[in-house]
Design a protein around this ligand. Structure first.
Ligand code: ATP
Ligand code: MG
Length: 355
C-alpha cells in the first residue's frame, strides 16, 4: 500500500479545530478509493509555541518540513501577537521558500448553499482561480524616503519576470485543457500598469499558442470584478497576478456562498518542495474554541491535497461527500444557516459518514 507522509500544522484559533476533520475525511477517502495510507505528523507550530520559544517554528523547522510530500495547514494569527510575527514568520515565507508559485483557489456553488446572487443554480459558479504566488505586486521590493515626515515618499515596486509569468500561465492552461469547458481568462490591468502587466500580456500571448484547444481571453481586473458578480458562470479557469488573484478570490468565495467553504492550495508543481493546503479563512478568533466553525473549507483543501498526491479518486470522493452533505441540508454550521446549532464535529462526522 502506498504511504504518503504529510505534515499537519493546525496553528491557531479554529485552525486545529477544522484541520482534524480534514484529516479524518481525507484518510477515509484515501483508504476507500485508492487503497492509500496517509501518515500524519502533527507539528505544534503556532502562537502558543511562539510564546514558549520566542519563534513560530524551531531553527531547523524549514528543513524538517522538506521530508514531507505535503503540508496541511489550518491558520495562524492571534490577537495577542502581531501578524508581523505569526503570518510573516510562518505562512508567507513558506510560499517563497518552497517556491509554491501556484495558488489555486476553486469556487463552486454547491446545491443546498444560499448564493447571495439571484437566480444562480448549483454548479453555475464553477471556477478555478490560478493566482501567481511568489512575485508581482507582493514582491518585497520598495522603500521609504523621509519616513515620519510630511514629505514621506513610499515606493512599492511590482516585480514581473518572464519566467514567473510563464510558469503560472502554463499551469493554468494545463488545468484548462483538462476541464470540460476548456476555457481560460487572463486578468490584468495592462492598460494602466504597462510594464509589469504588459509583460504578463506578452507572455500570455506567447503561451496560448501552445494550447490551441483552450478558448482563452484577456480581461481587465475591473471588468472581471463586475462579471464575477454579474455572470460568474462564464468563468472556467482564471489566471491572475498576486494582488488581483488575492482580491478576486475573496469575491469568488463570497459569491459561492461562504468563506467556510473556500479551499486553497499553494503548489510547487515540480514537487521539488512540499506543497501546502489550507482553508482560505483565517484563525477566526471570534468563534475559536466554541466548536461552531465550518470544517468544510479545510476538508475541501484536503481534497486538493489528495489531487496533488495523485489520489484523484479519493479527492473526488471527498468532494462528492461534501456535496451530498450540503445538498441534504441536515447538518449546517452557523455560517450556512444563522439559526443552526450544529457543531464542527457534527459536520465532520457527516462528511466521514458520506465518504
Ligand atoms: P486573516 O487575516 O487570517 O484572513 P481574518 O480575521 O481576516 O483573518 P477570518 O479569521 O477568516 O478573517 O474570519 C473572518 C470572519 O469569517 C469571522 O467573523 C469568522 O468568524 C468567520 N469565519 C472564518 N472562517 C470560518 C469558518 N470556517 N466557519 C465559520 N465562520 C468562519
Ligand atoms: Mg482576512
Amino acid at each position: 500500500m502506498a504511504v504518503h507522509k504529510i505534515a499537519v500544522i493546525g496553528g491557531d484559533g479554529i485552525g486545529p479545530e477544522v484541520i482534524e476533520h480534514a484529516i479524518r475525511a481525507a484518510e477515509a477517502a484515501a483508504r476507500k478509493y485508492d487503497g492509500a495510507e496517509l501518515q500524519w505528523t502533527r507539528l505544534p507550530w503556532s502562537t502558543a509555541y511562539y510564546k514558549q520559544h520566542g519563534r513560530m517554528l524551531p531553527a531547523d523547522g524549514w528543513e524538517q518540513l522538506t521530508a514531507y510530500e505535503a503540508i496541511l495547514f489550518g491558520a495562524v494569527g492571534d490577537p495577542s501577537v502581531p501578524d508581523k510575527v505569526t503570518v510573516h514568520e510562518l505562512l508567507l515565507p513558506m510560499r517563497r521558500k518552497y517556491d509554491q508559485y501556484v495558488n489555486l483557489r476553486p469556487a463552486y456553488l454547491f446545491a443546498g448553499v444560499d448564493c447571495p446572487l439571484k437566480n444562480k443554480k448549483p454548479g453555475d459558479i464553477d471556477m478555478l482561480v490560478y493566482r501567481e504566488n511568489t512575485e508581482g505586486e507582493y514582491a518585497p521590493v520598495g522603500g521609504n524616503l523621509y519616513p515620519g515626515t510630511e514629505n514621506q515618499i513610499a515606493v512599492q515596486t511590482g516585480v514581473f519576470t518572464w519566467k514567473g509569468c510563464e510558469r503560472i500561465l502554463r499551469a493554468a492552461f494545463e488545468a484548462a485543457q483538462k476541464r470540460p469547458r476548456k476555457k481560460l481568462t487572463s486578468i490584468t490591468k495592462s492598460n494602466a500598469q504597462v510594464y509589469g502587466l504588459g509583460l504578463w500580456d506578452d507572455v500570455y500571448n506567447a503561451v496560448r499558442k501552445d494550447y490551441p484547444d483552450v478558448t482563452s481571453n484577456s480581461l481587465l481586473v475591473d471588468a472581471a470584478a463586475m462579471d464575477f458578480v454579474r455572470q460568474p458562470e462564464v468563468f472556467d479557469v482564471v489566471v491572475a497576478s498576486n494582488l488581483f488573484g488575492d482580491i478576486l478570490t475573496d469575491l469568488s468565495a463570497a459569491v459561492a456562498g461562504s468563506i467556510g467553504l473556500a479551499s486553497s492550495a499553494n503548489i510547487n508543481p515540480t514537487k521539488k518542495f512540499p506543497s501546502m493546503f489550507e482553508p482560505v479563512h483565517g484563525s477566526a478568533p471570534d468563534i475559536a474554541g466554541k466548536g461552531i466553525a465550518n470544517p468544510l473549507a479545510a476538508v475541501l483543501s484536503a481534497a486538493l491535497m489528495l489531487d496533488h498526491l495523485g489520489l484523484a479518486k479519493s479527492a473526488q470522493g471527498v468532494r462528492d461527500a461534501v456535496a451530498k452533505v450540503l445538498a441534504e441540508g441536515k447538518v449546517r454550521t452557523r455560517d450556512l444557516d444563522k439559526t443552526s446549532t450544529h457543531t464542527t464535529t457534527d459536520m465532520g462526522d457527516a462528511v466521514v459518514a458520506a465518504v
